[in-house]
Every structure is written in C-alpha cells, then in structure tokens.
Design a protein around this ligand. Structure first.
Ligand SMILES: Nc1ncnc2c1ncn2[C@@H]1O[C@H](COP(=O)(O)OP(=O)(O)OP(=O)(O)O)[C@@H](O)[C@H]1O
Ligand SMILES: [Mg+2]
Length: 313
C-alpha cells in the first residue's frame, strides 16, 4: 500500500487557470519525497487537494488506502499538514495552539500535555510556550506549525515550503528533525520546495512539477547526477573515432547524425574538453549547447554558485 496515490488529478481555477493538468503520483510508505517546482507550478494546489482543502476538478486521491472522496475524515486523520501560509490564531499562546488542535482530534488531555511538551521541546519552543504566536519570529512560527501538525502523530506529514524565510542555521536544525522523524518513527514525509539543495539534502525521491504537469520523477541522486551535467553537440570530422579517446571526466558519444555529443560535468569547463580533443588531434568545427527539458529546468532552480560557474564558461 502506498502512503499516497494520485491518478489524473486536475484542478482548474475559474475557467482559465489550469493549475494541475491531470497528474499521477505515487509515494511509498516511509519515503521522504520532494515535490519540486518553481512558483506557480501547482505544488500548493496539489497539497490542498490531498488534504481536502481544495476541491479537485478531476481524478482520485488515496491516502494510505483511503480514497478521499469515500473516506475523507479517515484520510485527513492520517495527515499532518504544515501549510505554506501561517494560519494560526496569533493571540493564542504557543502551547494552547497545540492543545486545542489535540482537542479537535479527540486526544486525551494527559496525552495532549505530554506530546505538547515533547514536540515544543524538540522544536526549541518550550521556553516560548506562554508566548502568543504573534510575538514569535518567522522561524519560530514555522516550527510551531510543524509541532502543531504532529500532535495527532500523523503517518503522513506534508510540508509546503517549510523552510521559506528561515535562516540557514534553523533550516539545518529543521532538516535534522525531519530526517529523524522519518528514520525513527517511519513517518512518510512529503515536502514542496524550490530549493534543489533541500531536496538533495533530505529526500530520496522527487517529482518535478512545472505548469501543472509532472515533468520528471525518480530518485533524487539519479536526477541530480543528470542535472549536473551539461551536454554539448560538436561537429567533428569523425565522431565514431572520438569515442575511443580517453576523455575523462568528459563523456563522449557518437550520434547517429554523425555529430559528437560531449557531457561536461559541473565544475569542468568547455576549454578542458577542447584541450582533451585537441590533444587527441580532433578538430572541432562548431558546437552548440544541447537543450534538454530537465537540465533547463534545473538550471532555473539551481543555486547562484552553479549559475556563476556556468557564467564563467
Ligand atoms: N485560489 C486560487 N484561485 C485562483 N487561482 C489560483 C488559486 N490558487 C492558486 N491559483 C493559481 O494556480 C496556479 C498554481 O498555484 P499554486 O499555488 O498551486 O503554485 P505553487 O507551485 O504552490 O507556487 P509557489 O511556489 O509560489 O507556492 C497559479 O497559476 C496560481 O495563480
Ligand atoms: Mg505554493
């Protein structure tokens, strides 16, 4: 049984905005999964549908075996949600926010008190337990939303941009906490992010969403290794012969159209490639950057230093 399955899930806002164009998605139990995509891709819409906050236009959603159209409450009870926007009562003291949510979920007071203490301590908010949420910093508010999402001990935790606006130190400690929750309690975690780095650090599997469609999916490690290579197409006299050149760290491939395709890993320059080819007596008459949807997409997402590295070429 999957933690989550989406089939043909579509959402049109009004009659014009096709926020999701019929997506399929499977997340296994125990997975740490990233939904990665730029602003407006449809990430929050997908999460809204999964958590029954947004009505879908088409398709089906199953949470740990419960179809949300058939057993909505059962599905909802299994999910903890950390929304993108702050949505707690800002006048309520931190501990009341947790205790009240526990109350809604029918958790006994003694258990609720214990869990409130446990999660507030773990998320470094225990000293702020009497503070109204409006007096918390942005990073503290994020952590409060995580604590609140965990009080009913959900089997599936969904976080929408959990580290947006959070400084690097707190981001790291949140990552550590989430990794621990996933490893030790086996909680399935899905997070949305537009930080490639976050998906890389935390997640095992990823789906990349763009303009309401899933454009790539797979293991993070595998997608990253593809994304961090830039491919060029070169005109040479005899591409087939070039394949025998010992060109490491570059990879050469003869194409059917007689051109040579060269993969240049991140951190290496085209000049390095040309030096290797020149050393082997190969003359390059022209070249172009091979465009690839995944690579182009990642280039938009990757970090400044990656952009700088490319700028140097
Ligand atoms: N309530 C709404 N009414 C109308 N259009 C909406 C609504 N919510 C989202 N949209 C539109 O749907 C599309 C997808 O938005 P969504 O919020 O799902 O993207 P996102 O991937 O979460 O983006 P971000 O990274 O900025 O949070 C956008 O074009 C957005 O303008
Ligand atoms: Mg969003």
């Amino acid at each position: 049984m999957n933690a989550l399955s989406l089939r043909g899930v579509a959402k049109t806002y009004g009659d014009q905005t096709h926020a999701l164009k019929g997506i399929d998605l499977d997340v296994q139990q125990g997975d740490f999964f990233a939904l990665l995509g730029p602003n407006g891709a449809g990430k929050s819409t997908a999460i809204g549908i999964i958590t029954s906050l947004v009505n879908k236009t088409a398709g089906s959603v199953t949470v740990l075996g419960h179809d949300i159209d058939v057993s909505r409450e059962a599905a909802k009870a299994l999910i903890g949600l950390v929304p993108q926007e702050f949505n707690f009562n800002v006048f309520e003291p931190v501990e009341d926010t947790l205790l009240n949510v526990a109350g809604y979920n029918g958790i006994r007071r003694s258990v609720a008190l214990k869990r409130t203490e446990q999660y507030l301590k773990r998320l470094d908010l225990w000293e702020k337990r009497r503070t109204p949420a409006r007096n918390l910093s942005g990073g503290m508010r994020r952590r409060l939303m995580i604590a609140r999402a965990l009080v009913h001990e959900p089997r599936l935790l969904i976080l929408d941009e959990p580290t947006a606006g959070v400084d690097i130190e707190i981001r790291r400690s949140m990552w550590e906490f989430l990794a621990e929750l996933n490893e030790q309690q086996g909680t399935t975690i899905i997070l949305t992010t537009h930080y490639l780095e976050e998906a890389e650090e935390l997640c095992r599997n990823v789906a990349i969403i763009d303009h309401g469609e899933i454009v790539e999916r797979g293991a993070v490690a595998e997608l990253l290794s593809r994304a961090r290579v830039e491919t060029f197409v070169l005109d040479v006299a005899d591409a087939a012969r070039c394949v025998d050149i010992d060109a490491a760290p570059f990879t050469l491939r003869a194409r059917e159209d007689g051109k040579l395709e060269a993969a240049v890993p991140q951190g290496h320059t085209l000049n390095g490639l040309f030096a290797v080819l020149q050393g082997a007596g190969v003359e390059v008459t022209s070249m172009r950057n091979k465009s690839n949807r995944l690579e182009e997409f990642f280039l938009k997402l990757v970090h400044r230093e990656d952009v700088d590295a490319q700028g140097q070429r």
